[in-house]
Design a protein around this ligand. Structure first.
Ligand code: URA
Ligand code: SF4
Length: 234
């Protein structure tokens, strides 16, 4: 990995030098080229620890300005089930861990009701830094951070992905996804089954919707062969 990185850097330096010699701006100054280079680089990363190191100090989008901590994600690196939320909130930003606030406590209860523990699954978000005042992440922020989530999913290669709320579903299923009409059905992301459900923060405001999330979790349990003795969250 290190050697590949050094080769890549050498290759970039060579290209920049070449372009300078002919009096042109090197292609590395274009966003597209940067994106391609990053994609190439991310493709070579094969562990969550390596990816986490790569993200250290990230300033790829404006969310870096107000964050206290990057919230990379946590859990079992070989998880069969990955939960994908939207973005860290206040408590997550302070602790540097996903879903540790009130919505997180509800997610933990949902996971337990499925007969699992947080350490059995993997939990992460579409964007890794907290948006100011918990506003929705903006499109440029999602675009900047999504390759990192995609790399996490490639490395973990779970059997099922559960997206929590609209933003995560739109990021992995499609921009037009409508959470109220379309949750609770199977979709797929790179051949991995995706179950979109409501966000736990939404359930805190609308407890009557919990039964739908439980229906969705039962579908996931069935797919994973988890037994049904577990009961609904209240
Ligand atoms: N909401 C999210 O979407 N993610 C978190 O990590 C916490 C709250
Ligand atoms: Fe980097 Fe993602 Fe944080 Fe933006 S949100 S600064 S892309 S880690």
């Amino acid at each position: 990995m290190k050697e590949e990185m050094l080769n890549l850097i050498k290759e970039i330096k060579r290209t920049v030098k070449l372009y300078n010699e002919i009096g042109m701006l090197p292609p590395i100054s274009s966003r597209r080229e940067e994106k391609v280079l990053e994609e190439k680089f991310l493709e070579k990363i094969n562990s969550l620890d390596e990816l986490k190191k790569y993200l250290d100090g990230c300033k790829k989008c404006k969310l870096y300005k107000n964050r206290k901590n990057i919230v990379f994600g946590e859990g079992n690196p070989d998880a069969e089930l990955v939960f994908v939320g939207e973005a860290p909130g206040r408590e997550e930003d302070i602790e540097g861990r996903p879903f540790v606030g009130e919505a997180g406590r509800l997610l933990t209860r949902i996971i337990k009701a499925m007969g699992l523990e947080r350490r059995d699954v993997y939990i992460c978000n579409v964007v890794k830094c907290r948006p100011p005042r918990n506003r929705d992440p903006e499109i440029d922020e999602i675009k900047a951070c999504l390759p990192f989530l995609k790399t996490q999913l490639r490395i973990i290669s779970p059997k099922v992905i559960c997206t929590l709320g609209r933003i995560a579903a739109q990021a992995l299923i499609g921009r037009d996804f409508k959470i109220t009409q379309q949750r609770g059905r199977w979709y797929s992301y790179k051949d991995i089954p995706v179950m979109p459900t409501f966000h736990p923060a939404y359930l805190l405001r609308n407890p009557s919707q919990k039964k739908y999330v439980w229906e969705d979790m039962k579908k996931i349990m069935e797919k994973l062969g988890l037994n049904e003795k577990n009961k609904e969250v209240d």
